[in-house]
Design a protein around this ligand. Structure first.
Ligand code: 13P
Ligand code: ZN
Length: 289
């Protein structure tokens, strides 16, 4: 069932859990995400990036997301979201396509330019009853082949005072923070990915909008649970979905070398994506009550 993101956040705030926001790319991954949500019996955010919209065509992709959410998960609340929108026209297109939430990621710009673009998007989106997610600090991108990449994210962290000013000036509905989280899988100089939870605490003290954790693939469930207890209300997962899709596709092709029915080849990918999505949702549904 399609719902406005506002509804999901209200519930998550009340019960102190985080909603899983999962990136989709195609039919099978969309079906897998929806099945995972159905198995876990919890709401989700179904999201897509401008790169995927360009690849698949915005009409095809948004209709796919909408119709699958409406028809194949009648009892599960699902909100549609644009992940990492970069330009004003990305935003306009997705609002026209019926998304209830959009992200404008201007975090690579200067503080003032980030405020200016985010504010423009919020003014437009609010006229259409659409929520906006902004980003401050930078959730940078790791590289594939993570055991080779070493990143120390300190220099990219969100500044709590700036966060306060950013939210006040832009009037965003949700804020993506950089607290040691990085997109993709990666290795840190001092071991496994670690969130800077004291930084999150400082941000939460100054900001009254729900906080979003990007780059959550590979972060331990213990760290995730602490972040939820400190105000994270949306958690983005992309890489672990891609990996689940790829692993099951390779396996499927290996086991059924002679098969050339795309449905039979691809069916295991739906199940494998559902498995990871369900697992994540159950971790995020943790409540501190
Ligand atoms: P990962 O690829 O690290 O899961 O990050 C997901 C994300 O932040 C999508 O916006
Ligand atoms: Zn992200």
């Amino acid at each position: 069932m399609l719902v406005h993101i506002k509804k999901l956040i209200q519930q998550a705030k009340k019960e102190k859990y985080a909603i899983g926001a999962f990136d989709t790319f195609n039919l099978e991954i969309t079906l897998g995400i929806i099945q995972g949500a159905k198995q876990a019996k919890r709401p989700i955010i179904l999201q897509v990036t401008p790169t995927t919209l360009k690849y698949a065509g915005i009409e095809s992709m948004s209709y796919l997301m909408k119709t699958v959410a409406q028809n194949q998960a009648k009892n599960i609340p699902i909100a549609l979201h644009l992940d990492h929108g970069k330009t004003f026209s990305d935003i306009v297109e997705c609002i026209k396509a019926g998304f209830s939430s959009v992200m404008i990621d201007a975090s690579n710009l200067s503080f003032d330019k980030n405020i200016a673009l985010t504010k423009k998007v919020v003014q437009y989106a609010r006229q259409h009853n659409v929520w906006v997610q902004g980003e401050l600090g930078r959730v940078v991108k790791g590289k594939q082949g993570y055991d080779k990449l070493i990143i120390e994210p300190e220099e990219f962290l969100t500044d709590p005072d700036q966060a306060q000013e950013f939210v006040k000036k832009t009037k965003i509905h949700t804020l993506a923070v950089a607290i040691g989280n990085i997109h993709g899988l990666y290795k840190m100089r001092h071991g496994v990915p670690r969130l800077f939870l004291s930084r999150l605490k400082e941000i939460q003290k100054r900001v009254n909008v729900p906080l979003v954790l990007h780059g959550a693939s590979g972060i331990s469930s213990a760290q995730i649970k602490k972040a939820i207890s400190l105000g994270i209300r949306i958690i983005n997962i992309d890489t672990e979905i891609r990996m689940a899709f790829k692993q099951s596709l390779i396996q499927s092709l290996k086991v059924n070398k002679k098969e050339y029915d795309p449905r039979k080849i691809l069916f295991p990918t739906i199940k494998n994506v559902a498995k990871i999505v369900k697992k994540k949702i159950l971790i995020f549904g943790f409540s501190k009550k």
